[in-house]
Design a protein around this ligand. Sequence first.
Ligand code: PLP
Length: 481
Amino acid sequence: MDQETTPVLDAIERYRRDDHYTFALPGHRLGRGIDDRTAAVLGRDAFEADVIMAKEAASDAEALLAEAVGARQAVFTTCGSSISIHTAMLTVTGPGKKILVDRNVHKSVVASLILAGAEPVWLRPRWDAENQIAHPASADDVAAALREHRDLSAALMITPTEYGTGADVEGIADLCHRYGIPLLVDEAWGAHFPFHPAMPTAAIKAGADLVVQSLHKADGGLCQASVILVGGHLVDPVDLRLRLDLITTTSPSALLYGSIDGFRRRMVQEGRELLEAAIKRTNDLRKHLAGVPRLQVIDESIIGHDSVAEWDPMKLCVDVSGLGLTGYQARDWLEERHRLTAQLGDSRRLIFSLTYSDDDAAFERLRGALDDLAENPPQPDRSAPRIPPLQELDLEQAMNPRDAYFAETEQVSDPVGRIAAEMISPYPPGVPAILPGERFDDAVVTYLRSGLEAGMILPDASDPKLETFRVVTREAERPLR
Ligand SMILES: Cc1ncc(COP(=O)(O)O)c(C=O)c1O
């Protein structure tokens, strides 16, 4: 195929050039209907590109992306990786079926379990006590789970994590295939991985059967642009299309599709050079920070720790606890003092997601701000939340997530011992600390309440102040079989 072409961008251009006028949708008529205020902020160009697009344009662009990354098929979606994950999970599992799932998942996976009515068999992440972060489960953990649960419909891994540590996807895909089940990989941060050898091995090349990627996270797509890649022959692509059709919009955005189309062409043409330069800039900055007193960075030596098989060099993790600060406070300070936004601030670290779009000036600005932080740290204004050992957060799955979610519920101030009917996910990255069907223990309640005090963002809690929690009423509790 000719990777120079851009079928979606061409279709948008053709539509405009042909003096087309629509009496269908969208009603703004290429922006004629918007006012100057809207145009001043959003730009008339965006509306001029917001056209209804021929289906073939999208399928040609999907075929080009599939070829470029070595997939059997690619499917574009327009509601972020969340809808791609729902689609992928509804394709491989369903009511009453079991699925092996990394517990370190994004909340969209939990929502998919609720939608599908599937039963999770949790794979516990590996706790790295030295670095105080969780890594994806190892191939050995997956092998043990596959031996124990012979009735699994599929397995799902999230890799790399928000800290950039990745699983042995190749080994895990091999294991899943030996048991005849497909492997889904949430690779939301890795749409560029196929385009440079120093990036983590792209899951689609490592043998995964379904791979979900957000194009807007570390790549060049507009927000909500996402793709599902299909590999191997364990997943029926027709099933996948039918499931997507069930839950997605009937009016996909040409703007979003066009941004995926343009990103693919750019990566094929110049991805290697762009990523090479980006890795060099990041490594230079990392090396500099390693020499700054009281800051610590994670580097490639993390590979081999516990289950870490891969590492994303574009994630810059800076430990600020040596300054007496939490990552939450350091994140707020960076925003206020330097107008810089980190991807994540946690109890002790700042995590920056660096991309090929960050130029020398952006790197210089970040370096200056972190030097300033190390030389002139603010007075600590909050205590770090108590992070319990990971084992204490291994909550009992007492009820099926869907049953708990739809059960009769009540709000209680002391939820310890009760079954959750809600998800509470520190954001970012949006990994639920507790999810429907899990039993609250003391550790998770203390972690969430002290985290909130320290600045943790909990957007999905039923009570944003965490004075109460939503639990299943005692009468409605239905123990897992
Ligand atoms: C690992 C992971 N998977 C899935 C998602 C959902 O992606 P989206 O926001 O594109 O729906 C996120 C979002 O933060 C994520 O970090």
